[in-house]
Design a protein around this ligand. Structure first.
Ligand SMILES: Cc1cccc(C(=O)O)c1OC(=O)C1CC1
Ligand SMILES: [Ca+2]
Ligand SMILES: [Zn+2]
Length: 308
């Protein structure tokens, strides 16, 4: 008998109820959404990347109690839908590529990343992080790394790497779509501390990150130097995006269209902050006209962080 679509239900990492597409085959349900080409696996706490993607998650009654898996699957569906409906992009490659997510990678693993082929989520150590798929902005960030790789393919070091991180933060928060929500990872970071986050786009300095070129951190291009500070110098383009949204009165959707068009039409692997400024000005010009308030706002937004 062939596999058929089913609807699973379950609780996410934070105990919230949700439903999602699963596949039913020979009496077993699988975490596979064939309408969006999503598959969610478990590494069963192995840290061996050679065993990825691991085991496709299955369940006997389609009621799922693995919160990390439920969130990885449902949030990947939300990210897929965002790219499809807002930008008419079918998956990260634009061609319906399978979005594979593996949860429970490693032990106490405080990390989440795109490894060039799939997403990998650790469970966190319970004090710095809870399972990292439990935040929509994180899942949006990780899948956007894949979109970036298949478009501008910004090299993950120095200014191009900081742009890679920034575009992932921007899209992650646009997809999460919270009121004045410019924090990253707030839902899964330090469960015993409220109000903090991994990063803040509106106030990078609050997490020790620069919000202006004057404070650009010249870190070594090594693992210890975070490849030239890609997760910290991202504060500068992040702040530029927040300036753009908050001074122009543009909708978040239209701001996202400007950034997406810059990324996919004008930026390349070695684009630096000045190139990103020019790309976003060109994209705003394409979409709203050279004398539009949007073009003025995006120009001022970069100037305010010392770019241009
Ligand atoms: C938690 C974490 C550790 C290392 C790299 C990344 C990474 O994906 O760059 C990472 O995920 C994030 O930054 C998400 C957005 C909060
Ligand atoms: Ca957020
Ligand atoms: Zn990242």
């Amino acid at each position: 008998n062939k596999a058929t679509h089913a609807t699973g239900t379950g609780k996410g990492v934070l105990g919230d109820n949700k439903s999602f597409n699963t596949l039913s085959s020979s009496g077993t349900y699988y975490l596979q959404d064939s309408t969006r080409n999503l598959k969610t696996y478990t590494a069963r706490n192995s840290a061996n990347e050679n065993l990825l993607p691991g085991t496709l998650l299955s369940d006997s009654d389609n009621y799922w109690t693995d919160g990390a898996a439920v969130d990885a699957h449902t949030y990947a569906a939300e990210v897929y839908d965002y790219y499809k409906t807002k930008f008419n992009r079918n998956s990260f490659d634009g061609n319906g590529a399978a979005i594979k997510s593996t949860v429970h990678f490693g032990r106490n693993f405080n990390n989440a990343y795109w490894n060039g082929a799939q997403m990998i989520y650790g469970d966190g150590d319970g004090s710095t992080f809870v399972p990292l798929s439990g935040a929509l902005d994180v899942v949006g960030h990780e899948i956007t790394h894949a979109v970036i790789e298949r478009s501008a393919n910004l090299v993950y070091e120095n200014q191009s790497g900081a742009l890679n991180e920034s575009f992932a933060d921007v899209l992650g928060n646009l997809i999460e779509d919270r009121d004045n929500g410019w924090l990253l990872g707030e839902d899964i970071y330090t469960p015993s501390v409220s109000g903090d986050a991994l990063r803040s786009m509106s106030n990078p300095e609050s997490q020790g990150d620069p919000a202006h070129m004057d404070d650009y951190k010249n870190l070594p291009n090594t693992r210890e130097g975070d490849w030239g500070g890609v997760h910290t110098n991202s504060g500068i383009p992040n702040k530029a995006f927040v300036n753009f949204v908050e001074t122009s009165g543009i909708t978040r959707d239209n701001a996202g269209k400007v950034w997406y068009r810059a990324l996919t039409s004008y930026m390349t692997s070695r684009s630096d902050f000045d190139d990103a400024r020019n790309a976003t000005i060109q994209a705003a010009t394409d979409l709203f006209g050279s004398s539009s308030t949007e073009v003025t706002a995006v120009t001022n937004a970069w100037a305010a962080v010392g770019v241009g």
